[in-house]
Design a protein around this ligand. Structure first.
Ligand SMILES: [Ca+2]
Length: 286
C-alpha cells in the first residue's frame, strides 16, 4: 500500500473528499504499523501455542490435540481472527505459516515429554491451503523436523479451513496425494459454515471432517441442523471419513452428537485450549 503525503487543492476544497483522504491515510498508516508489528512477531517468535483436546466420543478418551497459535496481546489486533485475516493480506503468509508449524511441533513435543504417560496423540495443525500448493513447501523440511522430534507423519493432520478458497481442486487433490504418500492426513475445517462444503469434501476426500460451531450450537433444538448433520454423517460413513463436532459447549449438544454417532468432539465442555496437554473430559462424567 502506497502512503501519499500530500493532499491536493481539490481535496482541500471538498469536505467529503478531505475526510475520505484522511480515512485512506489512516488506513494506510494502520497497515504499515501492523506490518511492522507482524515482522517483529515473526522475528521474535512472539506467539503462544495452546493445545485443545479432541475426545473419542465412544471411548471417552483423549484422541488428539489441535495446536492453536496466538500472537502475544497487542493493541493492533483485537482478536486472533483479525490478526490471521491481516496476515493473509501480506506477503508474509509463507514465513508465518512455517513459523507456526514449527512452533506447534516443537512445543507439542516439549509438552508431551512433561506428561506422566508419554502417549503419542494425533496432532492437528491449522494450515493455509495455499501453503501446501507452494513449491517451496514441498521440501523435506517438515519431515526432517518430525524425525528429529520422533513424531511420525501418521500422527499429524493438516487442518484446512474452507474459508480460504481452493480454486483449482484437481491440482490441489494432486498435491494432497503427495502429502498422503508421506503419511500425513487431512482434515477440512469449518464444514457447514459455507456453501462449498460438499464440493470441498468430494474433491479433497479428507480423513476428517470438522463440523463448524454454527452447525453444532443448540443442535438438540434445531431440526434443520440435525438434518444437515445426518447428510454429512451418511456421506462420512460411506467414504470412511471420521467426523469431529467442534464447539461443544453444553451437555445437550454433547448428548445429541453422541447419540447421532459422531466420532469425535471438541469444545469448551470437553476441554479448553491450554498451554499444557490437558486431557479431554466428557461433560456427562461426574
Ligand atoms: Ca481449526
Amino acid at each position: 500500500m502506497k502512503l501519499s503525503t500530500t493532499i491536493d487543492a481539490k481535496t482541500w476544497n471538498s469536505p467529503s473528499l478531505f475526510i475520505k483522504s484522511l480515512l485512506l491515510k489512516n488506513k494506510a498508516i494502520l497497515h504499515v504499523t501492523r506490518l511492522f508489528s507482524l515482522n517483529l512477531i515473526i522475528a521474535k517468535q512472539e506467539m503462544t501455542t495452546l493445545f485443545q483436546p479432541i475426545m473419542d466420543v465412544q471411548s471417552n478418551e483423549t484422541f488428539a490435540f489441535e495446536a492453536l497459535n496466538r500472537p502475544f496481546q497487542t493493541n493492533l489486533f483485537k482478536n486472533p481472527d483479525i490478526f490471521y485475516e491481516f496476515v493473509g493480506t501480506t506477503n508474509r503468509v509463507f514465513l508465518f505459516e512455517c513459523l507456526c508449524r514449527n512452533l506447534s511441533l516443537i512445543r507439542y513435543d516439549a509438552r508431551r515429554q512433561q506428561m506422566a504417560s508419554n502417549k503419542n496423540f494425533t496432532l492437528f495443525i491449522n494450515i493455509h491451503p495455499n501453503i501446501l500448493l507452494d513449491k517451496n513447501y514441498h521440501s523435506g523440511e517438515t519431515l526432517a523436523l518430525l524425525k528429529s522430534l520422533n513424531i511420525e507423519p501418521e500422527q499429524v493432520v493438516f487442518e484446512l479451513t474452507e474459508r480460504s478458497a481452493v480454486i483449482d481442486f484437481e491440482e490441489f487433490s494432486r498435491v494432497l496425494s503427495h502429502y498422503r504418500a508421506q503419511g500425513f492426513r487431512i482434515a477440512v475445517d469449518d464444514v457447514g459454515s459455507g456453501y462449498n462444503s460438499l464440493k470441498t469434501l468430494i474433491y479433497l476426500k479428507p480423513e476428517f471432517i470438522k463440523l463448524d460451531r454454527s452447525l453444532i450450537q443448540n443442535i438438540n433444538d434445531h431440526p434443520a441442523q440435525q438434518q444437515l448433520l445426518t447428510v454429512i454423517l451418511n456421506y462420512a460413513i460411506q467414504s470412511g471419513t471420521k467426523v469431529i463436532a467442534e464447539g461443544i459447549e453444553t451437555n445437550e449438544e454433547y448428548e445429541f452428537i453422541q447419540s447421532a454417532g459422531v466420532h469425535y468432539a471438541q469444545g469448551y465442555a470437553i476441554g479448553r485450549p491450554a498451554e499444557k496437554l490437558a486431557h479431554a473430559k466428557s461433560p456427562l462424567m461426574p
